[in-house]
Design a protein around this ligand. Structure first.
Ligand code: DAH
Length: 335
């Protein structure tokens, strides 16, 4: 019985109303003659004698609480009524700020990146998130037993022993879009390819099983490493300001030769570290051949940059998971 009274008390305490009708509903439910508080008193007779005193006391308290909650709610309603009335009377009062949404920080970062590459003459292309083995790996010159082809790193959508049926994966990078673009377009090609990618990784502040990349491909006669470097340096200066601290160092990817990686300095002068933002390189002739482009005639550069990484550096974010939790307190900071 005592528990029941406690539940009822809690309910009364947390009851909220925003209209007169709701206030009336409260009164009927808790305060009227047939209301829940009065009905409790009817059961008092069946409570054992020795407990009756305590139970009766609790019931009386619940009754008082219901009454005072009612009075409070009523006063509150009336005062907001008056505020509304006052506001309507004085139409010169400033209107309350409307609460409007804002673009997700990744969307904002991506928009900024697209804008920069648009100015540098790149068009935008895209491709499927569920890819076949050929476009995600083989055409990009991955050897048959490369570790990325392992289920530890890659989400398989379809895995088959039948040699006529290709494996399907959630694309692990945006590079397969390069292949699709070359299959469908004659050079010159100068495009960026933004999109989601997936990796079978343990979730931590540094990694998530899904993230975004912006791939780029520039194919023409006489494209050189100097063009690649110049484009990358121009990008980081436009994105982070001309004082940005960056470095280019050699890397390795099956689909480029030579390959370069780019890092940006993150944090203060004394107390910071290098953060990798992209992989890039000169398109490997094997990739051109697989995609139907003549490697004797054309050269090209490519890169894949991480959008989360770019945003983390831009906004000083320290946990990649915050991008996907949709916590309004995080999102509100990017209005
Ligand atoms: N696909 C690579 C990755 O996900 C990134 C990359 C490196 C893309 C070099 C490229 C490239 O186009 O040329 O790690």
């Amino acid at each position: 019985m005592i528990d029941q009274i406690k539940d009822l008390t809690n309910e009364i305490q947390s009851y909220a109303v925003s209209t007169k009708d709701e206030l009336e509903a409260f009164r009927l439910e808790f305060l009227s003659r047939n209301g829940r508080v009065q009905s409790m008193f009817k059961n008092l007779g069946s409570v054992p004698k020795e407990e009756r005193g305590a139970v009766g006391k609790a019931m009386n308290e619940a009754k008082q609480l219901a009454q005072s909650r009612f009075d409070n709610l009523k006063t509150k309603l009336e005062s907001t009524d008056q505020q509304v009335k006052a506001a309507i009377d004085d139409i010169t009062l400033p209107a309350p700020e409307p609460i409007i949404g804002s673009l997700h920080p990744l969307t904002q970062t991506l928009a900024e990146m697209k804008n920069i590459f648009y100015r540098l003459g790149f068009t935008i292309a895209d491709g499927p998130e569920v890819e076949d083995d050929f476009h995600n790996f083989t055409a990009l010159n991955f050897p048959p037993n490369h570790p990325a082809r392992d289920e530890q790193d890659t989400f398989f959508v379809r895995k088959s022993d039948d040699p006529n049926m290709m494996d399907l994966v959630l694309r692990t990078h945006t590079s397969p879009v390069q292949i699709r673009l070359m299959e469908n377009t004659k050079p010159p090609i100068r495009s960026i390819m933004p999109g989601r990618v997936y990796r079978n990784e343990a979730v931590s502040p540094k990694s998530y099983f899904l993230f975004h990349q912006v791939e780029a491909l520039y194919v023409d006669e006489n494209v050189s490493v100097a063009d690649l470097k110049e484009t990358l340096i121009t990008f980081v200066k436009l994105m982070y300001g001309s004082n940005v601290k960056y470095r280019l160092r050699p890397g390795f990817f099956p689909f480029t030769e030579p390959s370069l990686e780019m890092d940006i300095w993150w944090g203060s002068e004394k107390d910071g570290k290098w953060l990798e933002i992209l992989g890039s390189g000169m398109v490997d002739p094997n990739v051109f051949t697989a995609a139907g482009v003549d490697p004797e005639k054309y050269t090209g550069f490519a890169w894949g940059m991480g959008v989360e990484r770019i945003a983390i550096l831009k906004y000083g974010i320290d946990d990649i998971r915050t991008f996907y939790e949709n916590d309004i307190r995080f999102l509100e900071q990017f209005n």
